[in-house]
Design a protein around this ligand. Structure first.
Ligand code: BV8
Length: 232
């Protein structure tokens, strides 16, 4: 494979597992003690906003207590030193990529440390809780919801993602089960644009057959090794 110029890196919950943040589908996964439709859908929020706010208040607290791991640090180094196009598209709502120093990061499913006012449409950085319906810093209304893309809602910046996939030479998927769309379909788009596809994961993902190469193992080992190869 001659040296790629442009790359898109898709990350999922698996890259933050070694930072102590639970994944979704592991036996001790997030969805274990919550049905997805009870906490991550607009219908759930209308039905029981207090339950949904408590669920994300808990996630926000855990995320602030977590630290980036060697996989986040290696991607931050690659972002700093890669002179070609590079975009880290993350499905994660944590800020560990940025805390490791990465800059070319896009949160397609939103961010836990951001809230969205349904009254005035403003967005605010947020490190507190929402369960007691605090007022919006801009309009004062108690209409704040987590700035997160729930099931049935359109992910953020899809045009920017599709444009990057159409231009990429290398598509790398890290720590994702490939169970949720449209993210799970990105490998096909990259392949149809002529890119090489590499998967770094603990186990084969649902879309594994689409990848030219799969390397199995913990992200904290696989990602620094791969980045070392890219920057050699
Ligand atoms: C939409 C934010 C339409 C919330 C999330 C096509 C076919 C079938 C269904 C659909 C389809 N198109 C759309 C759908 C419906 C749905 C969907 O895909 N359903 C699934 C369940 C079948 N998709 C949607 O609803 C999407 N929206 O389609 O809108 C639309 C169109 C027009 C106009 C309006 C609307 C929106 C989906 C986004 C939902 N929000 N997150 C929150 O975080 O609480 S999704 C959430 O789940 C994550 O963000 C992520 O995307 C997904 C979890 O997946 P992973 O991150 O991969 O985590 P998982 O635990 O599954 O796997 C972890 C992996 O890591 C494992 O493979 C494991 O082996 C590995 N691992 C573990 N430890 C390590 C490791 N790897 C390396 N090292 C380790 N140490």
């Amino acid at each position: 494979m001659d040296r790629p110029t442009n790359m898109v890196i898709l990350t999922g919950a698996g890259i933050s597992a070694e930072s102590g943040l639970r994944t979704f589908r592991a036996e001790d996964g997030l969805w274990e003690d919550h049905r997805v439709e009870d906490v991550a859908t607009p219908q759930a929020f209308r039905r029981d906003p207090e339950l949904v706010q408590r669920f994300y208040d808990e996630r926000r607290k855990n995320i602030m207590a977590a630290e980036p791991n060697p996989a986040h640090e290696a991607l931050a180094r690659l972002d700093r030193e890669w002179d070609g196009e590079l975009l880290i598209v993350t499905q994660n709502i944590d800020d560990l990529h940025e805390r490791a120093g990465a800059r070319r990061v896009l949160h397609m499913h939103g961010e836990a440390l951001s809230v969205w006012c349904l009254a005035c449409d403003a967005r605010h950085r947020w490190t507190g809780t929402l369960r007691d319906a605090p007022g919006c810093p801009a309009c004062g209304e108690g209409a704040l919801r987590p700035d997160i893309v729930w099931f049935g809602e359109m992910p953020y910046e899809m045009d920017r993602i599709f444009a990057a996939l159409a231009r990429t030479d290398l598509f790398v998927s890290i720590g994702t089960s490939g169970a949720v769309y449209p993210a799970a379909g990105f490998v096909q788009q990259a392949k149809s644009a002529g890119a090489i596809a590499l998967e770094l994961n603990l186990e084969r993902s649902q879309g594994s057959a689409w990848f030219d190469e799969t390397r199995l193992g913990p992200a904290s080992e696989q990602v620094p090794a791969w980045v070392g190869e890219m920057l050699r």
